[in-house]
Each structure stands twice: as C-alpha cells, then as structure tokens.
Design a protein. Structure first.
Length: 167
C-alpha cells in the first residue's frame, strides 16, 4: 500500500524521510549544529553591536535588526523541523501550521525589506559620503526599520489570509 501525506481535522501527518531513518538521524545532527551556530552567531552580533559604542552607526543598527530577524526566523521553523526529524511522530496541528506560516512569512518579508533598506544605506555611504549623517539620521533609521517591520507583517496578513481562504 502506498503512503501519502494526509490531512486530518486535528492537523497534518507528514511522512518526510520515514522510510530512511538513518538519513533522518544525519539530517537531525546537521540541522541541529546549523541551528546552534545561527543562534550563537546572531546573538554575538547583537551583543557586540549593542555593547561597543563605536558600532552605534546606521549600518550596525540595521545589522542588529537583521540578526534579530534571523534569530526569530530560525526559531519559527527549525524547532518544528527538529521535532519531526527526531522520532516517528511527524505531525503538526492545523493551528501550529497556520501560526508557523504567518510568523515565518512575516519575518521573511520583513527581512527582504530590511535588506533593501541596507542596500540604500550602502548607496548613501558610497555615493553621498558627505551627506551620509544628514540622510541616515538615527530617527530616520528607526523609522525605516519600523517601516520594514510593518510592511512585512502587513504583507503577510493580507496574502496569507487570502491564501487560507482558498479551498
């Protein structure tokens, strides 16, 4: 009998690599190590950028935001992946799936907008170096970061909600 992914009222039963448990163990170790490195690296970037007063510049402000986004994005996906790789029960509730969809897409959208803002910051630093501190004023940088967060969340609320209305 052929096994397929199934949708139940209480959630989803995922097959994944069920027929190759040795591959799941290897993937679990690789994903866990990558996850831990991402946590340590992003936390270090946030702490160094916050503690060193010489790094209180627009570039490091945006880099700190990007590291925080990466931490949140990683934490929205990888724990469920590790949970599903570690044992025979490979399920996720419908609510958990929807929540993961909203959070991960929101953070991903925010990250895309923030990367665009960081490109603008680099443009101003290279092409308008004498006007850099006038253009990239701290209050303007905070406003740009807020716009990134709001646009990411707004984009996800609209698109994901419309997607979930589909049959």
């Amino acid at each position: 009998m052929e096994e397929n992914n199934e949708t139940h009222e209480e959630g989803f039963n995922l097959l994944g690599f069920s027929d190759q448990p040795q591959l799941e163990i290897i993937l679990f170790v690789v994903v866990l190590l990558s996850y831990l490195l991402a946590l340590v690296g992003n936390t270090a970037i946030i702490m160094v950028s916050s503690l060193d007063s010489k790094l209180h510049t627009p570039m490091y402000f945006f880099l700190t935001n990007l590291s925080f986004l990466d931490l949140a994005f990683t934490n929205s996906i990888v724990p469920q992946l590790l949970w599903n790789l570690r044992g025979p029960a490979k399920t996720i509730t419908s609510t958990g799936c929807v929540l993961q969809l909203y959070v991960s897409l929101s953070l991903g959208s925010t990250e895309c907008v923030l990367l665009t803002i960081m490109a603008f910051d680099c443009y101003v630093a290279v092409c308008r170096p004498l006007n850099y501190m006038t253009v990239m004023h701290p209050s303007f940088c905070k406003a740009l970061a807020g716009i990134a967060w709001l646009s990411g969340v707004g984009n996800t609320l609209i698109k994901s909600t419309i997607t979930l209305w589909l049959p």
